[in-house]
Design a protein around this ligand. Sequence first.
Ligand code: C5P
Length: 220
Amino acid sequence: MESVIVAIDGPSGTGKSSTSKAVAAKLGLSYLDTGAQYRAITWWMIGNGVDVHDADAVADAAGKPVIVSGTDPSRPTITVDGVDASGPIRTEAVTSKVSAVSAVPEVRALITELQRTIAREAEHGIVVEGRDIGTTVLPDADLKVFLTASPEARAARRSGELKGADVRATQEALVKRDAADSSRKTSPLAKAGDAVEVDTTELTLDQVIECVVTLVEEKR
Ligand code: C5P
């Protein structure tokens, strides 16, 4: 199989992670969850008393934690200074602060470099999911997909994942986070000009996976 680089971007709750992992597993590719890296650095900042709303303090601390991502799609892992951070990075405390940390250019520069190194070293190719993969991190990706869905569908999926969280509150938090991610100055959430947009509102997860697998196969 030829090596292939796939960028999957889009706002929260569009099914990026589930789709990206399944596509990578089906095609024998590595997988990278870039949101987990921004969450990991945010978790470290909170734990080390850095005020996440002080961009200078965040920039000064950005190079301190060592973040390592495991790229097996059947068992993605993330460690911070050798400690498994997979659970803590999904807490509300991190989710509510990650957009502030990820907007800091020094943070993005470091994490982008890490992402490019991981993509370069993936022997059989990789599926990388995030917000700015097609536009900034891997502008030469073989395939770029931009997933969308209505805010209602995204909130319903996310509150299902969060085991019964209030749908309205989840939708408000999602819309707020997307607005912050889309309006930041440095590599905002955006669809690359050459990305294929897939609206997942009316599709099942299996249909989205099938659609992306077909798009990858057309590129090979
Ligand atoms: O994908 P996930 O919801 O885990 O991403 C968490 C946050 O990480 C996003 O809301 C965004 O602030 C940041 N992020 C980013 N660039 C990426 C991936 C995620 O800024 N490529």
